[in-house]
Design a protein around this ligand. Structure first.
Ligand code: PLP
Length: 382
């Protein structure tokens, strides 16, 4: 069912024009701060940039605690461990997400229970959520996909009713808002990713944020190998080395100095695409619910039958014009190691085959957006 053929690759065609689906924007003080690390010798996981970066993130999102880690997957793993998820527990996760949201649950020994997603936001389907809750359910992972926040009030009220924790996977939605509050800070604990294609990047990197001191202390202890804070070289628990380096934090701090520009640019890109593509029939464009500020991490469209060309052919057609795109995620419940063919989650199975992420880097020009929109319109007319 999901035997999508391998798409054309850049190296197969070497087009004259090349618009990447995503590209980091390192035009601020990144180089200066990294050079400072190298010249001062503080290149490992100690040094002033770690704390500066953590402070800058916690101030920006409005969380009491921010714990930097080496990537977003580790951040999810720590968040789950910090709230006490482990063997024998069940955690509800949307199937339509990046695989790390589910894998982190499995790392703890808990079972990932998959739910379907909403047609319009692609986020977990709040209406069916409750039917997946069992006596073993411990937590819900709310993934804010492609920049659009989940409907947090509804999720939190279901969680409260059943006494469950809620973790926000805000890897793709740094800076997005739910009713005026930065996502990641609305539930019990939240995580961000700073991979190279995310809204801000540190190369590889991630952050756990929370207002709960107990969770924050546990996340910090586990991140630093479980080492005691008062007995030298004594280990309280079996922990991990999930530390971020000073160099990564230096890049992150420089990125944070441009965060408002990045988000304004993402929103402008989305507005441009939407105004240019809205006349084309058979394309579903991203939305912004009344409760949301969407940061449009990746401008994401769904190709319907009326468009007249399949999603996969459109991807190849755009690639031939030098436009890199990305197909939507495969639903996690259909991946070989989660393989559960009995589970039917029709909405995500359908949009997974029809969705495309368009080039959305903050470095994209208005002319490039025009070029992409025209290429899609030409494909439609053919
Ligand atoms: C990127 C991402 C992650 C994982 O982040 P890494 O830094 O790549 O480990 C987790 N969840 C979602 C939804 C993501 O997009």
């Amino acid at each position: 069912m999901f035997n999508q053929k391998k798409s054309l690759h850049y190296s197969d065609i070497r087009p004259l024009k090349w618009i990447p689906v995503s590209e980091p924007n390192l035009s601020g003080k990144e180089k200066e701060y990294v050079m400072d690390c190298i010249e001062s010798g503080w290149i490992s996981s100690k040094g002033k940039y770690i704390e500066l970066f953590e402070k800058s993130v916690s101030n920006y999102v409005g969380s009491r605690y921010a714990i930097s880690v080496c990537n977003g997957t580790c951040a999810l793993h720590l968040a789950l461990l910090s709230i006490g998820v482990g063997n024998g527990d069940e955690v509800i996760v949307p199937s339509f997400t990046y695989v790390a949201s589910a894998n982190a649950v499995r790392y703890t020994g808990a079972l990932a229970v998959f739910v379907d997603c909403e047609k319009d936001t692609f986020n977990l389907d709040v209406n069916s959520l409750e039917s997946y809750i069992s006596p073993r359910t411990k937590a819900i992972v709310a993934v804010h996909l492609y920049g659009h926040p989940c409907d947090m009030d509804k999720i939190l009220s279901i969680a409260k009713k059943h006494n469950l924790y809620v973790i926000e996977d805000a890897a793709e939605a740094f800076g997005s808002e739910y009713k005026g509050k930065k996502i990641g800070t609305i539930a019990d604990i939240g995580v961000y990713s700073f991979f190279g294609n995310k809204t801000i990047t540190t190369g590889e990197g991630g952050m756990v944020v929370t207002n709960n001191r107990v969770f924050a202390e546990k996340a910090y202890l586990l991140k630093t190998q479980g080492v005691s804070s008062n007995k030298q070289y004594f280990f309280e628990v079996m922990g991990y080395n999930y530390r971020m380096t000073n160099i990564e934090a230096a890049i992150g701090l420089a990125q944070m100095e441009n965060i408002d520009d990045f988000i304004n640019k993402k929103r402008k890109i989305a507005a441009s695409y939407s105004s240019k593509l809205s006349a084309i029939r058979g394309l579903k464009l991203p939305i912004e619910k009344s409760y949301a500020k969407n940061t449009y991490w990746m401008y994401s469209i769904v190709v319907e039958d009326e468009f007249g060309m399949s999603r996969d052919r459109l991807i190849d057609t755009l690639m031939k014009a030098g436009i890199e795109t990305r197909p939507f995620f495969y639903p996690c419940h259909r991946l070989p190691f989660y393989d559960n063919l009995k589970v039917k989650l029709p909405v995500c199975e359908e949009i997974s085959k029809r969705g495309i992420n368009l080039p959305s880097s903050t470095k994209i020009t208005e002319a490039d957006i025009d070029y992409v929109a025209n290429a899609i319109e030409n494909a439609y007319r053919k």
